[in-house]
Design a protein. Sequence first.
Length: 221
Amino acid sequence: MLIPGVEPPFPLSWGFSTRLDEGGDLPARRLNQVHRCGVVEAGDAVVDADGLWTTRPGQRIGVRVADCVPILLAGPLPGGTPWVAALHAGWRGATGFGDPEPSGGILRRGVARFRALGGAPATLVWAFGPAILACHFEVGPEVIEAARQDPAWREDLQSTGPTGKPHLDLHAFLRAQALDLGLDPAQDGTVALCTVCRPDLLYSYRRGDTQGRQWGWVEIG
Ligand SMILES: [Zn+2]
C-alpha cells in the first residue's frame, strides 16, 4: 500500500507491504534487527541495527515488522540532496529502553542523524506503518514506565484494557515525539491499521505469525 496525503519534496517511492504482496519489489535485507536504537547509513553488508538511511538514488531500504512500527522519513539536505530513512520501533526502540548510548528512542536518533547532516526536521515527510495499535497492545507496567521517561509523554497515551492491564498507543506516542522534534503534522502519511485486527492483510507476531513479516520501505527516485 502506498502512503496517502503527503507531498514528498523530491521523487520518492515508499510504502508498506502486506502479506498479499511479497513480490520482488521489496528491499534487500540489510539489517539484523535487535530492538535497539542503532541507525546507520545503508551499505551492502548486513548489520546489527534497527534503522537505515541513505542519500543514494535507487537504493531501496526498509525494515521488517510484525507488530512493531515501521517508520519512514524523507527530507532534503542542504543543497537539495534527498535523504531517506527506515526505522523499526517496538516499545524498546520507541523508548530507548536498554539503549547502551541513551538516545531517547530510535525516532529521536533517526531525526538527529538528519539534523547532523544539516537537515531541518520541519521539512521531513514521515509515516508510521501498520502495527499493533492501542486496541490490542496490552503491556506490562515496565513498558509504561519506560515511555513515561520521554519528555513528550502524556498520560492519555495509555488506556486500561479489558483485563485491567494497560494498553500503550505506540503510534500516538511516536507522534508525540515527532511533534516534539519539530516534524510537521501536515506531512504525516501514517497508515493506522492494526496488525492484530487485520489477519486478512497483515502479519502479527502476537497473534501467532512467528515467521511472516511485512516491510516498510523507501527509495529515492
Ligand atoms: Zn487491534
